[in-house]
Design a protein around this ligand. Structure first.
Ligand code: SF4
Ligand code: SF4
Length: 138
């Protein structure tokens, strides 16, 4: 299960993720991390059987947790199958099928956001949860 974690600045000083790994035994894989002086946003992959406890522990420590049931939104009605996303995605989420139509393997996405700006048709958006869609970055 993929989780989006947002750490407020006052939580930077302790290794909360390491503590939770030790406490739960969950093999938490960091897919993507953005950290600066004031906040940190991390996408992690957590084994399904440990996810509930991991979510609880992060929340108890004041971390904002979103369960990413969906990673990326693809508006097929806008897509012209140009392939820009196929070339640029570092995780191989997009591919051409036998008819040269773009197909997605969403589970591979780490929400890096690179494809969002690359799409000339604005057919792609990151999905953070209902009402929080990111269509452009930067
Ligand atoms: S970059 Fe956009 S328009 Fe081009 S194939 Fe990908 S989703 Fe479709
Ligand atoms: S955000 Fe886009 S470019 Fe990044 S991994 Fe997901 S599909 Fe690929």
């Amino acid at each position: 299960m993929k989780l989006l974690l947002r750490f407020p600045s006052y939580l930077h000083e302790r290794p909360y993720t390491a503590e939770i790994i030790l406490e739960t035994g969950a093999k938490i894989n960091i897919d993507r991390a953005y950290v600066d002086a004031v906040h940190a946003e991390v996408v992690v992959d957590v084994p399904d059987d440990k996810a509930r406890r991991v979510v609880e522990l992060f929340k108890e420590r004041g971390v904002e947790v979103r369960i990413l049931k969906k990673l990326i939104v693809w508006d097929e009605t806008r897509c012209v199958h140009c392939g820009a996303c196929v070339s640029i995605c570092p995780k191989g989420v997009f591919r051409f099928d036998a008819d040269w139509q773009v197909a997605l393997e969403e589970a591979k996405c780490v929400q890096c956001g690179v494809c969002i700006n690359a799409c000339p048709m604005r057919a792609l958006a990151l999905f953070y949860g209902e009402g929080e869609r990111v269509e452009r970055r930067g």
